[in-house]
Unconditional design. Sequence first.
Length: 88
Amino acid sequence: LSPICRPLWWLDPLDEETYAIDDQFAVGDDIIIAPVVEKGARWRRLYLPVGEWFGWEREMHGNIQDDNTYFDVSDTIIGPCWITVDAP
């Protein structure tokens, strides 16, 4: 049995980057939840573990942390990587 809500390390137990992340979680294997936990925040960083990921909302955009390249929903992001996205 697997829990529905999972810590990120559940998706890749060998990824040490996920061990200290306590403000994100996965729902199943395909959805990452990263709530905005700072009042007034306009953006947030989130970690995507190994895999192919894409944005949930049509209007969503952001940038990949390493090179500030912008991506659209139609783009697939290959994890593992940190990204920065707008806070709704």
